[in-house]
Ligand binder design. Structure first.
Ligand SMILES: [Zn+2]
Length: 405
């Protein structure tokens, strides 16, 4: 297929996934439309389709109302939090020590300063979960305030470009919470000890989601597994994060529609990378118990296609053979560049289970992407579709040269 044609298709898929489908957060109607579209297209290219279906939590909110001393403060319901309506005294804590020393029973607590520098990992998140995050959540649960207000600024590493960011984004955490800017928090602080009024209008919604696995079998069970998460954050069109990865899988499927090689190819839309539960990732591992050792390599796509710069690739537990094959293959694709290791993507679920992985993202991912990821600004305009076509062609080259064992 000519390159221009591929770029054109990439732009078309991107438009469908980000604009015609208005939201791909896990559990939403848009998410279900996206997985349906993916499986339909994959099947049309002759791939065998399987699903990992699961129940999940979706969420809706209509805003929050916070009043102290007759003044209104701007606050937002934390994603996946329960709603609430309370009138209670305000207490505050800026450090773990202050939190430990404060009685929170029947009170609303304002968390600020040191305590809210990092977004707290969800309590049941299985892949990465620092002890100090869990400690703060456990303290809050044992002290059981009526509700939590978090006054935050930025945390590019864990919360992307969102500012203020929700300190808690966790459907398994039962204390209602809202968040606000740190500036708003400073204004609220003098009301410590006073009765304040907090109403958060939010509902958890029981829903469903699935991974879609598109396969072309080779001789036996050995396969290369290419992954891209299809879900997006709540209010983000998720163009770079990660419609582009899904688009590359779709382009590859068409390039491989007549494939009959020895090595199996599995193209997977994972569903949960941007959801507190990481359910798609957990289900993938469950369904592949005893089959992970047949995976020769995972290639994970996340954040590829930023209009400036090339595409960065990085190796995880790859042996010499794969490393030199990738290096050699990509050296004839000038836009593919060796890049830094990053640990937050879906390739880690493979690496943590002893499977070699190759991760692809934009060269200027950290500088260009961090600002927009997880926000409404992550739109198709930031993507150069011709990069998606180039990456698909580079991966086609790699897969066609992949040694069968
Ligand atoms: Zn992502």
């Amino acid at each position: 297929m000519p390159y221009e044609n591929l770029s054109h298709k990439a732009a078309n898929y991107l438009d469908k996934l980000c604009l015609q489908i208005t939201n791909r957060r896990l559990g939403s109607l848009g998410n279900q439309q996206a997985t349906k579209l993916f499986s339909k297209l994959m099947a049309s290219f002759g791939f065998e389709i399987t699903y990992h279906e699961f129940e999940c939590q979706d969420w809706e909110a209509q805003g929050a109302l916070l009043q102290a001393g007759g003044i209104h403060f701007q606050a937002f319901p934390s994603p996946y939090s329960q709603g609430c309506s309370f009138q209670a005294p305000l207490v505050q804590a800026a450090t773990t020590q202050e939190l430990e020393a404060t009685n929170l029973t029947n009170k609303i607590v304002l968390l600020h300063g040191e305590l809210v520098k990092e977004q707290l990992m969800p309590k049941k998140f299985p892949f990465y979960n620092p002890e100090h995050h869990q400690h703060i959540l456990q303290l809050l649960e044992s002290k059981a305030p009526l509700a939590i207000i978090a006054a935050t600024d930025k945390d590019p590493a864990l919360a992307g470009g969102i500012s203020p960011f929700p300190l808690i984004e966790d459907g398994d955490f039962e204390i209602p919470s809202v968040y606000m800017t740190d500036k708003e928090g400073i204004k609220l602080l003098p009301y410590t000890g006073d009765m304040i009024k907090l109403e958060s209008r939010a509902q958890r919604i029981h829903s469903r989601g699935c991974n879609v696995i598109a396969s072309k079998w080779g001789k036996g069970e050995q396969r290369v597994v290419l992954t891209a998460h299809i879900d997006a954050k709540l209010d983000s069109p998720g163009a770079l994060d990660n419609a582009t990865g899904v688009v590359i899988l779709l382009l590859l499927a068409e390039l491989f529609q007549d494939y009959a090689g020895d090595t199996g190819i599995e193209l997977v839309a994972l569903n949960g990378e941007d959801h507190y539960s990481a359910l798609g990732e957990i289900k993938y591992l469950e369904h592949n118990q005893g089959r992970l050792e047949d995976i020769l390599l995972n290639i994970n796509l996340d954040g590829v296609g930023f209009q400036q710069g090339g595409t960065a690739y990085s190796f995880y537990e790859c042996g010499d053979e794969i490393t030199s094959l990738v290096g050699k293959t990509f050296s004839s694709h000038s836009e593919m560049l060796p890049g830094d290791i990053w640990y937050s993507g879906d390739h880690m679920i493979f690496v943590q289970n002893g499977v070699a992985a190759l991760a692809l993202t934009s060269e200027h991912g950290m500088t260009g992407l961090a600002e927009v990821s997880h926000t409404p600004r992550d739109r198709p305009e930031l993507v150069d579709p011709s990069i998606l076509a180039s990456v698909a062609l580079a991966l086609q080259d790699l897969l066609l040269n992949f040694p069968h064992r």
